[in-house]
Design a binder for this molecule. Sequence first.
Ligand SMILES: [Zn+2]
Length: 126
Amino acid sequence: MANASNPFRGIRIGSASGAGLAGWQAETGRSPVDVHKLPVTYRCPQGHETTPVFADLAEEEIPEYWDCPRCGRTGTRRPEAVFGDSRTEPYKSHLDYAKERRSPAEAEEVLARALGELRRSRGEAT
Ligand SMILES: [Zn+2]
C-alpha cells in the first residue's frame, strides 16, 4: 500500500482536460476559438501575481478577488485598491508613507543611514 497516501494516482490531468474539451465541443457545437478567453491578473498584498483565464465571462461576472495560490491571501484585480478597512484610499507601501512624510532628500538620507546601519550590523565596511 505504498501509494495509499496519493489519491490522485492514475488520474492524468492532461488527458482528462482533452476529453473534456472534445465533450464540450460535441455538446455545444462550438469550437474553442469561439470562446472569448480573458486572462485577468490579480495581485495579492505580498505582490504575488496570478493570472487565471476566464472563458466567456461578462466583465461584471469576473471575480473582484482571487485567492493567491502562493500565500493564500486575497488578491485583487486592481493593485491600487487598498486591502483592509477602507477601499477608498489607494494601497500604499511603508515606503510610500515614508516618502509622504519626508521630502525626497530626507528620504534618501534616511535610506542611506539605514543602509549604513545594515552594513555595520553585518560587519561590512562602510
Ligand atoms: Zn501571495
